[in-house]
Design a binder for this molecule. Structure first.
Ligand code: SAM
Length: 472
């Protein structure tokens, strides 16, 4: 029985409702009048239901698809402007007791190098990340109650926040660890985390159980209901995602939106972010063994449909995607990207020797952060190292109301310029700095509120003279 308000996984992600949705989408995808009415509804920027969004995703009419792309671009401009928030993953430990078939950390993999960072190693890794210019991390770990208990994760978060090297600081730590208890989520919240991220991997219960044959992650309901426990534990920014390639993408897309609708219905606030990872080659993992790989075009279509369906939700693209793919989808609504990522446990401070590989998957974008920053600016984007919202308590529904009130341009835009200025002064190459200074001068003019513009200009001048960490 489908019920978005239910707290039971199989009721808010109802298989029957997804199957009916896919049938409905197949019946309606060629009804261009209906498709047009959905696009008109999306123009109101209040989002779409999973059924409507699934019709758009199924529609193959080229003109309509182009309309959706154009609208996605426009919605991105309206809500996120031309800012792209930067982050890097930090893998703490690849010890794992699960048996996930797509992940090289699975318990039976005896040839991957198993590693767990000590607190001293974390200091080295984080110092190296700070020296690149990063201010926001996503910490990642396998699931292993003995090697990586919650106490270890909390200690790592504490260490990360305490490291102050030159002008560097990690100001926001997002956390991507296995589903856990309300009490543990409460402890993560108290440790000052930003977003709690957990990928569903697949919403298809049968496939989920087949792909996670052993270990605590096998429990579909416990995993799918994790965001409700996180919210109960006080974490109001949660990040959803599916691993595209495991199951039929249209099934996953409907499930993802139903999950967002569930969070909105129960907690009054939808997901803070949605990630769209695709299965990658890795030690012991051949992505071709999974039958549901998607083309770059379908990937772009999914991104555009997510953008128009949940306009207030940030969208994240990692270095699993190549420069070319990132270039294509960034304009369709992506708001956050990682840069200069390592998916190994350690590797920022010192490259990992090849024979000692601990990486989770191959990255497709190997550029330095400086190269990524310059590339973004040359495409007209403002790379942003901002972490202000969460530090000002603008999380959950307070962040959403900032978005909805249209005040982002007087708040996020200046914060992006201030943090970019810090990056340029402290870490950028000469070329990047030159392009960045020009961009800041031009973009200052785009702050609508006169007072905010003046204050932002003043902060930027002060950063030039050594002050740091201003925010709106
Ligand atoms: N262990 C945690 C859990 O159980 O959710 C999460 C951390 S894991 C390091 C982060 C994510 O990497 C997983 O949720 C999965 O979606 C993704 N991942 C695993 N294997 C992958 C692969 N071969 N290619 C791309 N992404 C992969």
């Amino acid at each position: 029985m489908y019920n978005p308000k239910s707290m039971k996984a199989e009721e808010f992600i109802s298989h029957d409702e997804i199957m009916d949705t896919l049938k409905f989408a197949d019946e309606k995808k060629d009804d261009l009048e209906y498709v047009d009415s959905i696009i008109e509804k999306a123009r109101l920027r209040k989002g779409l239901t999973h059924r409507e969004a699934s019709v758009l995703l199924a529609c193959e009419d080229e003109d309509r698809i182009n309309e959706v792309y154009k609208l996605a671009e426009q919605i991105k401009k309206d809500f996120y402007g031309n800012r792209i928030v930067m982050f890097a993953p930090l893998y703490l430990s690849n010890y794992c007791v699960n048996g996930c078939l797509y992940c090289p950390y699975h318990l039976k993999n005896k040839h991957i190098a198993r590693k767990k960072l000590t607190q001293e190693e974390i200091v080295k890794e984080v110092t190296a990340l700070q020296d690149m210019g990063h201010k926001r991390l996503a910490i990642e770990a396998g699931e292993d109650p003995v090697n990586n208990p919650i106490e270890y994760i909390l200690e790592c978060i504490n260490t990360i926040y305490s490291i102050k090297h030159k002008n560097g600081a990690i100001r926001r730590v997002n956390v991507n660890i296995a589903a856990t208890t309300v009490e543990n989520y409460r402890r993560l919240k108290e440790a000052g985390i930003g977003t709690y991220i957990l990928f569903q991997e697949t919403y298809h219960k049968q496939s989920y159980e087949r792909l996670h044959p052993t270990g605590p992650k096998h429990n579909y309901a416990y995993h799918t209901e994790a965001m409700d426990r996180a919210m109960e534990g006080g974490i109001d920014d949660v990040g959803l995602g599916v691993l595209f390639g495991l199951e039929l993408y249209r099934y996953e897309f409907a499930g993802l939106l139903m999950h967002a609708e569930h969070l909105e219905a129960v907690h009054g606030v939808g997901p803070h972010t949605i990630s769209v990872p695709r299965v990658k080659r890795a030690d012991d993992i051949d992505p071709d063994e999974f039958d549901n790989g998607i083309s770059d075009d379908i990937f772009a279509k999914i991104c555009a449909c997510i953008r128009v369906s949940v306009p207030y939700t940030g969208m994240i693209i990692s270095t699993r995607e190549s420069k070319a793919v990132r270039e294509k989808v960034i304009r369709l609504g992506v708001s956050q990207i990682s840069g200069a990522s390592k998916t190994s446990v350690g590797g920022y401070y010192e490259p990992e020797p090849e024979e000692d590989n601990s990486a989770q998957f191959d990255v497709s974008d190997n550029r330095t952060l400086d190269e990524v920053v310059l590339w973004l600016m040359n495409m007209g984007y403002i790379p942003s190292f901002c972490t202000a919202c969460y530090r000002e308590g603008r999380t959950g529904d307070r962040f959403m109301s900032l978005c909805k009130s249209g005040q982002i341009q007087n708040c996020c835009h200046p914060n992006a310029l201030i943090t970019l200025k810090e990056y340029l002064v402290d870490y950028a190459s000469d070329k990047t700095r030159e392009v960045g200074e020009r961009l800041i001068a031009d973009e200052l003019k785009n702050i609508p509120n006169e007072k905010a513009r003046a204050v932002c200009g003043d902060y930027i001048g002060k950063i030039e003279h050594g002050a740091r960490d201003f925010r709106f």
